[in-house]
Design a protein around this ligand. Sequence first.
Ligand code: ZN
Length: 259
Amino acid sequence: MQIHQLYTENFLRNFTYLIELTNGKAIVIDPWDDEAINSFLTDRDLSLMAIINTHEHWDHTQGNEALIAKHGCEVWAHANGKGKIPGLTRMLDASEIINLENDVQIKVLDTPGHTFAHLCFLLSEAGIAQAVFTGDTLFNAGVGNCGNGGDATVLYRTISEQFYTLDDSVVVYPGHEYLENNLRFTLSLEPENTDAQNWLAKAIQADPVAAPLNTTVGDERKFNTFFRLGNKTIRTAVDCHDSSDKDVFVALRSRRDNW
Ligand SMILES: [Zn+2]
C-alpha cells in the first residue's frame, strides 16, 4: 500500500489522494482533476476501484462523473450526501472498517461540523494507525470553516472526541493546503510559539507539488490553536479566560473567519 498526495494547483489549493494497493487497484479520495488522475493511474498501471468523497462540496466531488464514466467505479461517501454526491453507490457507516488488503484497513469516522455529510478515514497497517484523511474537518494547523452548511459547536465535538484522541504519530492528510496561512493565524494569537515559527519557516520554503509538508497529530498539539484550548495566551487573545473549551473553540473559529 502506498499513499500518493496530489496537489491540484487550483485557487482553492485542494489535495486529491490516491491509495495504491499491491494488487494493482487504487482508490481515489476527493478527485479534483479526472485527467490528472487518469494519467497517474496509467503511468502506474493501476485500475480505479472506488472514489471516496469526504463530503459533498463541489471541489471534493467534481472529478466523480468523468471517472465513473471511464472506470465504472463505485463511489463511497456519507449517507447524507445522497442527492448531492454524483454517482454515490455505497453509504458508509460510522466506525465501519473497510479491509483494503492484507493488514491494511480504513476505519470510517463520522465527522460532522464542516458539513453534516462529512466523513474522515483512519488508515491502519498491521493494526497501527498510520494516517488520517481529514477532508475539510482538520487541516494542517487548522480546522474547517462552518460557513457552508456547518456548525462550530458540532465541529468542536468532532475534533475533541475523534482527533484529540488519535496517536501522536498519525499523519494528517487534509483536503486543502493551508499550512502556511494557518501557522500565521497561530502566530497572530501566540507569537512566541517556537514550533509554529519553525514550521512557518519550513512551509514558506516548501513546494506542495514536489513534496507537500504534512504534520502529525503530535505536531497539531504543538501549534494548531484548535488543539490548544487550555493555553492561557490563546484564551487571553480571544478574551475567553474562564470560558469552557467549547466556547474557546467557537470563539477561535469566529476569529479565524474574520482574520
Ligand atoms: Zn468543504
